[in-house]
Design a protein around this ligand. Structure first.
Ligand SMILES: Cc1cc2nc3c(=O)[nH]c(=O)nc-3n(C[C@H](O)[C@H](O)[C@H](O)COP(=O)(O)OP(=O)(O)OC[C@H]3O[C@@H](n4cnc5c(N)ncnc54)[C@H](O)[C@@H]3O)c2cc1C
Length: 407
């Protein structure tokens, strides 16, 4: 049994490429030995995801998993990314910047032109550039269509001036570019011209060091190892060449990247359940409170953990199926259903898992050296971001049950 994991992937069910990825990741993680705990402690203590881990994930081909070989990627697919991320997360070492870069990669693959693919994809695969993603604004969260950050075309039509604010943007201090969702047509104009609400959004790859962009660190918790920023755009000039997809048609590119984001987020939650279960069972077998038997003998401890284990496996298989459906290019609604359900179940079971693991530890659950309480906020975040679970349920109610839209 893998250290830190309560389950094994049955490798016979996987293609050679996936077996190779799992074996390479396991080999790397095993070889790290005690360094895994050191890395995790560094994340907790300095709130900084170690560069060495990022580099290792690049070497393992994870940043290039979705990138065609012709652009320097491994083309291993999102299932490879899922399997790898799940295993890193089983040690508390899931990597949000890798998740965001994967999402942006998808946007470039879907909406980018030949030049943009040649510019960005090989550098993403080789780890030379990492990317953040900025959609959320203080006054437009879940309802992305309300976003206001304006991108105004300049007279020559070759560049755009960006003005406005984004908030909660993760890892923008570590990223080289941030994929910014902007408005090239105001919402008022969209409605006065009777255009669909999805019209008017445009995605730009913006260098994080560009003139006019101010990054202000927010006092947030939620992503261990990375910080969140408010971004203030003051006449930030970006070339039209940096628009990913057609001007005003960014919504379709954006939507193509949402399912992969949910799938990889689900794999991180599923993997983290291994971490929490492993901590709980190890501690419980060792801790004796009444008589000579350890607390692991109590059914009140066993049943909740057993339920979590069963729910984890359901979430895990659904996450794999979502990844497989995506890799097989199944229709968007099929991938969407699996992805949303996987994200929902995995984030809920991960939160239950950390709760029960802390409970099994009693007061020890609140000792920092136990390595649990620091993960409470990041585990809880998965129910709220990248999308809150209510919106996921809205989607399932509408698409799976044929119920009317509730919002
Ligand atoms: C730690 C952290 C990191 C983040 N990183 C990023 C990032 O890198 N890039 C980025 O763009 N954003 C990021 N975000 C923002 C995140 O995606 C949003 O916070 C999230 O999508 C919710 O939006 P909101 O905060 O505006 O909530 P609101 O839209 O104000 O919603 C509040 C609550 O209302 C409920 N609700 C809203 N709409 C509905 C509905 N239609 N039906 C039922 N219930 C509803 C939900 O319970 C929701 O949680 C991050 C957030 C956090 C906390």
């Amino acid at each position: 049994m893998m250290e830190g994991s309560s389950a094994r992937v049955t490798l016979s069910n996987f293609a050679d490429v996936h077996v190779a990825v799992v074996e390479a990741v396991d080999y790397y993680l095993d070889a790290l030995g005690g360094k895994k705990h050191e890395y995790l402690k560094r994340i907790f203590d300095s709130h900084y995801f170690p560069d060495e881990l990022n580099e290792a994930m690049v070497s393992l081909g994870l940043f290039g998993a979705l990138i065609p070989q012709s652009y320097g990627g491994t083309e291993a697919g999102i299932l490879a990314m899922v399997l790898a991320m799940e295993r890193f997360s089983a040690y508390g070492l899931g990597n949000t910047l890798a998740l965001l870069t994967t999402m942006d990669t998808l946007a470039i693959l879907t909406g980018g032109g030949q030049r943009q693919k040649e510019t960005f994809l090989p550098k993403i695969a080789s780890g030379e550039i990492k990317t953040a993603f900025a959609i959320t604004e203080p006054d437009a969260g879940t309802n992305s269509f309300e976003l206001k950050l304006a991108a105004r075309a300049q007279k020559d039509d070759q560049s755009y001036l960006l003005n406005g604010t984004k908030a909660w943007i993760t890892g923008v201090d570590r990223a080289d570019y941030v994929l910014v969702v902007s408005r090239t047509t105001s919402l008022e104009e969209v409605s006065s011209r009777g255009l669909p609400r999805s019209f008017g959004l445009t995605l730009f790859m913006v260098p994080t060091q560009i003139n006019g962009l101010e990054k202000v660190k927010m006092s947030t918790v939620g992503v261990e190892g990375y910080s969140q920023f408010q971004l203030f755009f003051d006449n930030v000039e970006v070339s039209k060449d940096m628009a990913i997809g057609e001007i005003n048609q960014g919504a379709s590119v954006l939507f193509s990247a949402l399912n992969p984001e949910r799938i990889v987020a689900a794999s991180m939650s599923v993997g983290s359940v291994d971490y929490f279960l492993n901590k709980a069972t190890t501690y419980a077998k060792d801790r004796t409170v009444f008589g000579g038997r350890s607390i692991a003998h109590y059914q009140s401890l066993q049943h909740p953990l057993a339920k979590i284990r069963a729910q984890q496996e359901g979430a895990r298989l659904l996450t794999y199926e979502a990844a497989r459906a995506f890799d097989r290019h199944e229709p968007a609604h099929v991938v969407g259903s699996y992805s949303n359900m996987a994200k929902y179940l995995s984030s809920e079971v991960a939160f239950d898992a950390i709760d029960r693991s802390i409970q099994a530890h009693g007061g020890m659950g609140f000792i920092l050296d136990t390595g649990l309480i620091q993960m409470l906020s990041s585990t809880r975040l998965a129910k709220t971001a990248p999308i809150n679970n209510e919106m996921i349920l809205n989607y399932i109610a509408e698409t799976e049950l044929g119920l009317p839209r509730s919002y």
